[in-house]
Design a protein around this ligand. Sequence first.
Ligand SMILES: O=C(CO)[C@H](O)[C@H](O)COP(=O)(O)O
Length: 286
Amino acid sequence: MHCESALQQRNNCKSRNTRVPKMGATPKIAPSMLASDFANLASEAKRMLDFGADWLHMDIMDGYVSLLSWTSLLKDFASLSFYFFSTSCFSHFHRHFVPNLTIGAPVIESLRKQTKAFLDCHLMVTNPIDYVEPLGKAGASGFTFHVEVSKENWQELIQKIKSKAMRPGVALKPGTPIEEVYPLVDSENLVEMVLVMTVEPGFGGQKFMPEMVDKVRVLRKKYPALDIEVDGGLGPSTIEMAASAGANCIVAGSSIFGAADAKLCFGKSGEMLTSFLQPRSKHICF
Ligand SMILES: O=C(CO)[C@H](O)[C@H](O)COP(=O)(O)O
């Protein structure tokens, strides 16, 4: 991997921070590092980039409890009951966005020292504004927050993200109507990307929700030059559906990291990308 200072990396982002669509380009593939071996994150990232990944998708979650602790608790029903009771109380009072806990700015900072790749950070947190400063410092490239938790302060949030030379994006959960992101795309201080969640946020390995494709289609019709990312359950049987509706950035975790040979998910011989071999989308992430 190449080393590059966070400043250089951010400058690169800034200069490419544009809405001009590139004709005839293929959709980007962003492996979701949530499905990687966290104990070997740097080498997993390098492996993906060497295979041809365009971006690295980094899921940042604020949940209190990780499912990693379930197996031990499952042995004991009393513990399990306590587990559900305590986590629901904790989540209720502390308002965690998802019940899972992943990585934060220190991990992004370490990874940034190893690679100049675009680190596409998806914030599944209740207070995204608290993460702008640390993630900007750490060298994050994209900062995608959820519309559901930013109704009051999205303008300030976008402005702060840009001031840290990160690329702002907005994500929406499956139950959130697509219209809710329009003001953020239409405003002067706009987001650069909309992330349409195709599963409930929180965990990898879930089933793709085909009904979310309509959101992508509607969004693409309304905004021909917008970057539209899809995330959750994307793999050989679902990518085509999302891409033909207008998605131009595909996040995929389990299908890549769980593949017998992950290399085959990328490049010209890529099974997963067979449908993309002919440039077909005039919309592309920068
Ligand atoms: O945001 C996420 C979960 O909230 C993950 O990025 C997403 O689910 C991708 O994982 P997979 O491809 O395994 O479904």
